[in-house]
Design a protein around this ligand. Structure first.
Ligand code: SF4
Length: 248
């Protein structure tokens, strides 16, 4: 097993994801994800936890990318799929279904039949962190995977929705090094923020960047963020990406 060390770039997302799930580059996160997988939450004691890095989910020719924070200990770290099996995912997949970007409104486990249309979900950190808080070093260590994912998606990628300020702060420098021009001063994160990044090379197309509050329970339980608010941002981003959307 190898961490994100310099090496040959993968040719496609399937290959990248196969390498990603073997990554052990962050000792604290490896220990935590495996400890959670061994100890389990009582409600899931009969399940086998994934306990590994969680790869992005969605087609390799997506034109819309959703960027979160990191997998949840008993959500993605249990099921092995982004935002699957927890309350945050209920809101996100409910909104994706509302907007016509998902085949069903619920995500319970890999193999539940869920499909995303033209849309992929990823995160700047691929392993569940203690207290949902990765360190700056862990974020920077995981950056290689996000850069590769953006590069491999770039032929079709036209729009990105970032869930929360952590994802926004993490993504902007990666977009700058991945071939897009990020304005100075850097655009600020806000729910509903929309910025168009111009390509910095012939290999890139303009990229629409949207901000959305994170679908954490902290936001959804307090009413700061509703499923309809998420669906509205997703529709705007999908239209910018040229995807068909379902109206409210
Ligand atoms: Fe590897 Fe990223 Fe997980 Fe760190 S967080 S171990 S870099 S996949």
């Amino acid at each position: 097993m190898r961490g994100p060390l310099p090496g040959p770039e993968p040719d496609n997302l399937e290959q990248m994801d196969a390498e990603l799930v073997e990554c052990r580059a962050c000792p604290r996160l490896v220990a935590w994800r495996e400890q959670v997988a061994r100890e389990k939450r009582a409600a899931f004691r009969d399940e086998e936890y994934w306990g590994r890095p969680v790869p992005g989910f969605g087609p390799p020719d997506a034109s819309l990318l959703i960027v979160g924070l990191a997998p949840a200990a008993h959500g993605g770290n249990r099921t092995g799929r982004m935002f699957t099996g927890d309350r945050s995912g209920d809101v996100l997949y409910g909104a994706l279904y509302e907007a016509g970007l998902a085949s069903q409104p619920v995500a319970t486990h890999r193999g539940d039949g869920l499909e995303l249309f033209g849309t992929r979900i990823t995160s700047p950190v691929h392993c569940a962190p203690p207290a949902n808080k990765p360190t700056v070093l862990e974020r920077d260590t995981c950056r290689r995977w996000l850069e590769q994912e953006l590069d491999l998606l770039s032929p079709t990628l036209r729009s990105v929705v970032v869930l929360g300020g952590f994802g926004w702060q993490s993504l902007l420098p990666v977009l700058a090094s991945a071939g897009w021009t990020v304005p100075t001063p850097r655009p600020k994160f806000a729910h509903g923020a929309h910025v168009v990044l111009e390509p910095a090379s012939d290999a890139r197309q303009p990229l629409h960047l949207f901000g959305c509050y994170h679908v954490s329970q902290q936001n959804t339980f307090t009413g700061r963020l509703t499923q309809d608010m998420v669906a509205t941002v997703l529709r705007d981003a999908a239209r910018a990406a040229g995807l068909p959307v379902k109206s409210p």
